[in-house]
Design a protein around this ligand. Structure first.
Ligand SMILES: Nc1ncnc2c1ncn2[C@@H]1O[C@H](COP(=O)(O)OP(=O)(O)OP(=O)(O)O)[C@@H](O)[C@H]1O
Ligand SMILES: [Mg+2]
Length: 374
């Protein structure tokens, strides 16, 4: 390096600086669903209209998967940004831990600084040195004030972008993001992903078809469920074993050999994070409705009042307001899917119905653990 700037006999060149880490990715299925979301995020990241983007959806729906693809595309397909910084946020993150999570990815040592404001200053400088960057914060459970953490506000002038993923849209809203919702796979995509993961054509055996279809239905169009359950069934061959596996999926979640444990644990985490007994009761109550049932909000709130989940207050209106607030919270946490209309309803009004995601319904309705944990 002593030759640098001297133009001596040999010309010394600095090794290329890495702009970020290419991450190992899953090949996604879902030509339409997953690709549509990927394209939308890509447009938002490259476009000038939005600086902060929030990708939200229920646990196991594919947020991390799609963001890893975006991370790699940013490194390979555009020189628009100088750096791509990927941060997996620790689950119990407070400002201090989030600073550590980000610093680790910047090779910045904050360990000798205890004071969060001082740490924020150090982080701010380190991030500014990365010039035009995309900061990806994967798996956020709380909203943060960027200034408190030490993240410079992304602006057209600094050319930076922030993309976060979360299971709760409230996190996106509180951080003033432009929101992008991840959708479940379609039935056909679920079927294809299941067969692809299984790695063989089970439909060669005609008496298996109906059972396999029922097994895929239990996965409720959720990629995590499809992948984990299909993997666990790779060695299952005989029709009786398939029937046994189906029964196992339908009846129990606990037990060492259970196939749905991963999915259950993932969704149970969302349930526990509600941190409100009444909200948890409300969700369990909703989960008792049959599959795909369009639950009428007002009718349900009446029941919740009668059952004591919503306590009596000074007026019916106040009780109903409480009920709607609770349902909105569950919808924001991606445990209920809202926004549907009754058949005879005009689309000009606010939607009055919702339904429980099938995977949530399956986990909660048969899970006494959830009730016991209240
Ligand atoms: N479209 C898809 N095609 C194939 N596999 C997928 C798809 N989407 C997700 N997966 C797989 O499903 C699993 C769960 O996905 P992922 O971890 O991205 O979910 P997530 O939304 O980030 O969940 P969490 O909220 O728990 O962080 C992973 O094993 C991933 O590889
Ligand atoms: Mg994730």
């Amino acid at each position: 390096m002593n030759q640098r700037g001297g133009f001596g006999d040999s010309f010394v060149v600095d090794p290329p600086v890495s702009r970020g880490d290419v991450l190992p990715i899953t090949t996604t299925v879902g030509e339409s669903t997953a690709k549509r979301t990927l394209e939308k995020i890509w447009e938002h990241v490259l476009g000038e209209d939005f600086r902060k983007i929030g990708v939200y959806g229920m646990g196991g729906i594919g947020k991390t998967t799609v963001m890893k693809q975006i991370n790699n595309c940013l490194l390979k397909e555009t020189d628009r940004f100088d750096n791509v910084i990927w941060v997996t946020v620790s689950k119990a993150s407070k400002v201090f831990e989030l600073q550590n999570d980000i610093a680790r990815n910047l090779d910045l040592d904050l360990s000798k600084y205890e004071d969060v404001t001082l740490r924020a200053g150090k982080l701010n400088i380190a991030l500014e040195n990365r010039k035009r960057y995309v900061l990806i914060l994967d798996d956020m459970w709380e909203a943060f004030c960027l200034e408190d953490v030490g993240i410079p506000e992304p602006t057209p002038t600094n050319g930076c972008k922030l993309v976060l993923t979360t299971r709760n849209v409230e996190v996106c809203n509180m951080m003033s993001c432009e929101n992008i919702k991840m959708e479940l796979l379609s039935k056909e995509e679920s079927w294809n992903l299941f067969l692809e993961t299984l790695g063989r054509d089970v439909l060669n055996t005609p008496d298996l078809e109906a059972t396999v279809k029922e097994v895929v239905k239990e996965c409720a169009c959720l990629p995590l469920a499809i992948i984990t359950i299909a993997r666990s069934l790779k060695n299952v061959v005989h029709a009786s074993e398939w029937r046994n596996a189906l029964e196992d999926l339908r009846t129990s979640i606990n037990g060492s050999n259970n196939r749905a444990t991963t999915v259950f644990k993932s969704l149970q985490f969302s349930y526990k994070r509600l941190k409100d007994e009444k909200l948890q009761h409300c969700l369990l109550y909703c989960a008792l409705y049959p599959e795909d049932y369009q639950i009428d909000r007002d009718e349900l709130i009446e029941h919740l009042i009668d059952e004591g989940v919503i306590k009596r207050m000074k007026s019916r209106q106040v009780e109903f307001d409480k009920g709607h607030t609770m349902l909105n919270k569950l919808e924001n946490a991606c445990l209920l899917e809202g926004g549907s209309y009754k058949e005879d309803e005009s689309r000009d009004n606010k939607p009055t119905c919702f339904h429980v995601y099938q995977s949530v319904r399956l986990c909660s309705a048969k899970q006494f653990d959830w009730v016991i944990s209240l």
